[in-house]
Design a protein around this ligand. Sequence first.
Ligand code: ATP
Ligand code: MG
Length: 210
Amino acid sequence: MALNYRGAEAIVTACEWHGQPAIEKRRNPRSYRHPDLEVRLVAERLRAEARLLERANEAGLPVPSLYAVDPTTATLVMTRLPGDQLEHALRAPNGAAWLPLLGELLAHIHAAGIIHGDPTTSNFIARGASDGDALGHLSVIDFGLGVASNDDEQRATDLRVLLESLEAHHPELNAREPLLAAYGEWNCSADALERLAALEQRGRYNLVRG
Ligand SMILES: Nc1ncnc2c1ncn2[C@@H]1O[C@H](COP(=O)(O)OP(=O)(O)OP(=O)(O)O)[C@@H](O)[C@H]1O
Ligand SMILES: [Mg+2]
């Protein structure tokens, strides 16, 4: 897989690490802040992302393993997961089969005490059949905006970001019901789902008020 991805925050390149397929993610310092401050903020975000990846790994979540962290170049090296961005996989025939797995995975992330911070469909990697009877496998990447927390308000915000990403990119899937049903299987999901309803109500109110 040739991969060279330049996002808002990072440059992501496919590489090898001792012969294993790997990903190098280097944060690019933005120029509009004071350079010293920027270097400190970038280093802090890098450490936070590395810590969350470790935490997720320890909790048994399907995430890349860290190979190396280099604060001087703001670089993470991690395992390269085989598969495709979920955003693409959802467009395949029977793409909707990924939705229950996605809801279940977000619940597992939250149960591990992690708020993802940016759970859009480009931050999940899908692998394997969604078109046969064999179930595919879903992993999660990019904890660059994540925090360690068990706060239901923040869980609700994660849910909202994911629903908005699904509704924006895949309106034909009617993802809401299957996603929330799968998330709701988690026995601690009720408070987050209640917060989500409140968040969305507030959103509509603000819309009406202008
Ligand atoms: N470990 C990995 N294995 C496979 N593909 C990856 C991996 N990490 C990143 N990618 C690919 O690179 C893309 C960008 O990576 P990532 O989401 O981490 O960066 P970003 O979105 O620029 O980061 P940020 O949200 O912090 O700005 C992903 O959508 C995915 O396609
Ligand atoms: Mg990303």
